[in-house]
Write a protein that binds this ligand. Structure first.
Ligand SMILES: [Zn+2]
Length: 278
């Protein structure tokens, strides 16, 4: 089947669906200008100061870095927090939101991105699962309590020339320890998962509702790689359970299970092309 026919087929699946599941990985943010940290070289291109120290993404995105080098750890997360706060989500978000809102059974978002871009784009907070947590929420580095708080009022100032966070750095609300983002990091045994678990329960309830009324589902997956396969697996498992169609939009890894639709495009371009046939 030609690529154009596949795009047309994807549009038809979306058009006839009663409900839309949007799943997203790091590739979704690239078209908004966000780095996706693909491979060590990709990560180092985004953060030359960290390249100079020879530290990998796995070493930086690690709770141990808050103990070993807190000013560097908060430079990394503070820089990202500030970047995500000022990023304008690309047009693809708006198109997806319009599609989702038009569905009789609505939409749900499942994302591994911690950047809060779906909320910024106007998606309802109660219809989003952030499976790796959110940079816009903080918790204690010393695990003094299980409180997760919104970071709206927190500011992190980073000296870009030295790539160090400036004092005062974010502190726990309940003890003198540093705060950290409520993001699931590598080797992370102290991540507080209850916010994500509550989101997952709402997602499960929505899916159960779809099963009960035999709703027709379309799954649109964007920029989710196979290196950390949580998002791809979720797309495939949900589609397998409910039936319907999986549309996988991915410029490098668009391979799909039999009968599903793979579109080798970047996220925004793939959404736009599909929209043209709606
Ligand atoms: Zn604390």
């Amino acid at each position: 089947m030609s690529l154009e026919d596949r795009v047309r087929q994807a549009a038809a699946a979306i058009k006839t669906a009663d409900a839309l599941l949007i799943t997203a990985g790091a590739g979704m943010g690239v078209d908004s200008g966000l780095p996706d940290f693909r491979g060590t070289q990709g990560f180092w291109r985004a953060y030359p100061a960290i390249a100079k120290l020879g530290l990998s993404f796995e070493q930086m995105a690690n709770p141990a870095s808050f103990a070993e080098n807190p000013h560097l750890a908060w430079a990394f997360y503070g820089h990202r927090l500030n970047l995500y706060r000022k990023t304008v989500p690309h047009q693809g978000f708006r198109h997806l939101l319009e599609m989702g809102r038009a569905k009789p059974r609505g939409y749900f978002v499942f994302t591994s991105n911690v950047d809060g871009q779906f909320q910024r784009a106007g998606f309802a907070a109660e219809r989003i699962v952030e499976c790796h947590g959110s940079i816009h929420h903080f918790q204690c580095t010393a695990s003094c309590s299980d409180e997760i708080w919104e970071a709206d009022r927190e500011t992190v100032n980073v000296d870009e020339s030295t790539f160090r966070a400036l004092e005062p750095m974010p502190r726990c609300r309940n003890c003198p320890a540093l705060a950290r983002p409520n993001i699931l990091m590598f080797g992370d045994w102290s991540w507080l998962g209850q916010r994500t678990e509550a989101q997952e329960q709402q997602f499960a309830a929505w899916l159960d509702g779809l099963v009960k009324c035999a709703a027709k589902l379309a799954v649109i997956e964007l920029g989710a790689g196979s290196a950390i396969p949580t998002v791809r697996r979720t797309s495939e498992q949900v589609r397998q359970r409910l039936g319907g169609t999986l549309i996988r939009i991915n410029p490098r890894e668009a391979d799909v299970p039999d009968g599903q639709i793979g579109l080798p495009f970047a996220a925004e371009e793939g959404i736009q092309k599909t929209c043209d046939y709606l």
